[in-house]
Design a protein around this ligand. Structure first.
Ligand code: P6P
Length: 339
């Protein structure tokens, strides 16, 4: 007889999406097809990254993106893979990518979705073998829209989906369509994402903080004093101070926060007065996922990330996200109402 722990009824992502579609009222199947195209892109990018060292793709491509970052070959490949997957899905009309200065429109498709993405977030860590990821936010086109910038310059509350893929020791996928968060892991032997964290809930407390302390000289005194407080013994944690955990790849730091709890923050400083992380394809999707998992996501001033209105597709924002205890501690520290 097979070992007891051999699951013969695994839930693959395609099965999960079809079951979700059946539950959705008057579903057309378009969203399912879009998510299927997304999962293909994640699988393809994952394989491309894992082969990078073998085909010597690692290293600079000689071009640079809209924000002047040196583009590594994989950035360019990841971006092309993603754009082609969205274009061929036939469901995407508008695409924003960190690697593209301007909006990409697909006028010939009859698509009804707008997608914003960071194809390979954390790519500066790639050569060191550190986990990187793809982060995606999804909006439905505005009513009667043929696909314009107004389909993406809108409140994060209008997102209909968000997900990230993390290319680490395994390839993980965290997905929300507004009914909670579900986590999947890629089984490369069958080429399918398998459901491993159904209805994932963020722990409400964990004495972990994740922030680049190398910027502390440039933080406001209020933020410096908050982080210093975390380093003192805490009665709630048997007299232990918080632990510092910082990978420097947002997807890796956020993924750990989802599974272990704690807080992840990238505050503004006087080098980057609006923060470093991008609103449309880093903060918005991660904030949607965190809130759907029972966590909180705000900016330095304590405003919900999802309520921020973007003015430009590459707008940046400060961000504090993670367990309710940790973020409410921050909100109390800055004299703002808890969430
Ligand atoms: P720093 C990676 O370059 C990235 O965009 C995010 O993935 C990550 O959280 C952040 O920047 C790290 O920035 O300044 O700490 O190296």
């Amino acid at each position: 007889p097979l070992k007891e722990d051999f699951d013969t009824d695994i839930v693959t992502l395609p099965r999960f999406l079809l079951e979700s579609q059946k539950c959705a009222k008057n579903a057309t199947g378009d969203f399912t097809l879009l998510l299927s195209a997304l999962q293909f892109a994640f699988k393809f990018i994952s394989q491309t990254i894992r082969r990078a060292e073998l085909v010597h793709l690692v290293g600079l491509s000689g071009s640079s993106n809209s924000t002047g970052d040196e583009q590594k070959k994989l950035d360019v490949l990841g971006d092309e893979i993603f754009i082609n997957a969205m274009k061929s899905s036939g469901n995407v009309k508008v695409l924003v990518s960190e690697e593209q200065d301007d909006l990409i429109l697909f006028p010939t498709t009859t698509g009804t979705y707008a997608v914003c993405c960071d194809p390979i977030d954390g790519s500066s860590n790639l050569d060191a073998g550190v986990s990187v990821g793809t982060i995606v936010s999804i909006f439905k086109l505005q009513p009667n829209s043929t696909g314009t910038i107004n389909d993406v310059l809108r409140s994060g509350l209008e997102m209909v989906g968000a997900c990230y893929a993390m290319y680490g020791s395994s390839t993980h996928l965290m997905l929300t369509t507004g009914q909670g968060v579900d986590g999947f892991t890629l089984d490369t032997s069958i080429g399918e994402f398998i459901l491993v964290y159904p209805d994932l809930q963020l722990p409400s407390h964990r004495n972990i903080y994740s922030i680049n302390e190398g910027n502390s000289f440039y933080w406001t005194p209020l933020i410096r004093s908050f982080i210093e407080e975390l380093k003192k013994p805490h009665e709630k944690d048997n007299g232990k101070p918080y632990s510092a955990r910082y990978v420097g790849s947002m997807v890796a730091d956020v993924h750990r926060t989802f599974l272990y709890g704690g807080l992840f923050a990238y505050p503004a400083d006087n080098k980057l007065p609006n923060g470093k992380l991008r609103l449309l394809y880093e903060a918005f999707p991660m904030a949607f996922l965190v809130e759907q998992a029972g966590g909180v996501a705000v900016n330095d001033e304590g405003k919900r990330i999802l309520e921020i209105m973007p003015n430009h597709i590459h707008d940046r924002t400060s961000i504090w996200m993670g367990s309710t205890d940790e973020i409410n501690n921050y909100l109390r520290h800055i004299g703002k109402p808890e969430l």
